[in-house]
Design a protein around this ligand. Sequence first.
Ligand code: MRU
Length: 352
Amino acid sequence: MLKDFEYLSIRYKDEKLEILDQRRLPDIEEWMESKTPEDMITYIKQLSVRGAPLIGVAASVALFVYVRDHPDADRKTIVEVSDQLRNARPTAVNLMNNIDTMIQLSQPDQDKRDYSAEKMAELAYSIVEAEVEMCRRMSEFGAELVQQGEGILTHCNTGGVATPGMGTALGVIRAAHRAGKQIHVYVDETRPLLQGGRLTTYELEREQIPYTLICDNMAATLMAAGKIQRVLVGADRIARNGDFANKIGTYSVAVLAKYHNIPFHGVAPWSTVDPACPSGKHIPIEQRAPQEVQGASGAFGSVRWAPKDSQTFNPAFDVTPNSLITSLILDTGVYDCQSFEKYVEQIKGNLS
Ligand code: MRU
């Protein structure tokens, strides 16, 4: 029913949906099967599956698997299951956009009782393919901006493990490297969950792209030393006015870039744009557990250095206002954020 596919961190083969457990990278490559929506919700919440495009794709395929395995489920139950998947994490809008597409476009006919698994299979596959293609297109648009020999700072992980394709910001880096631009990447480790230190480094190593890993608080020193000519980051939700939410720490990088006069770009597919969201103030920001800030945990075990009851502040994302963004690089082109609202209407019109 659903055609097989395999990407760096998600695959569907022999009727099994599997994801690469991103918590265990870079040293352990362990695939886990997602048999039920509950499995997928757990994987998304614990960041085994992470990155805005990937969670949207993974949840869509998980919804298909549920409908396939429950031929007797009625409409109400399927909608409830889709809502649970939709609510697994609140910030990345790809999740909501993709689940809404699955539910709206597979509406049963009036005289039929159920959503059709066939239709859901088709939709899930087209969502996967579209994300791969959008990654390719935005990577090409972005790579055209990159100049020979640039030092590029990136934050979090926006690559092949965060998407089913070549990535968003890391896709641009990949495309620039493949085009022979001789870039050097500076990778923010990205506290508290170290997506840069664990995952971006993993991907850059695999592709032999020259990089230097830094702690988040070292970016200013590198900028002042003239080592960084461009900042490329991903996004989890782009509001209509061009403000966007991305991994916590992105806003501080944008402020630093503005001060040092360094171009700062957000790179994302159309599935990350939320035309219904007027500005960054309206983006829901996920708050996470104190333990992530009180210490660290991963495949290496866990360690706590702060007092057990220490009070913490742990938002998973922050919002970068459009005034700090040089341009947004989407799969449809490169846009000036100050007039993004106008473009959103145009792109919506072209796509419908
Ligand atoms: O909490 P995460 O790891 O899911 O956050 C991911 C990010 O913030 C990424 O920058 C964003 O999703 C873009 S990934 C292509």
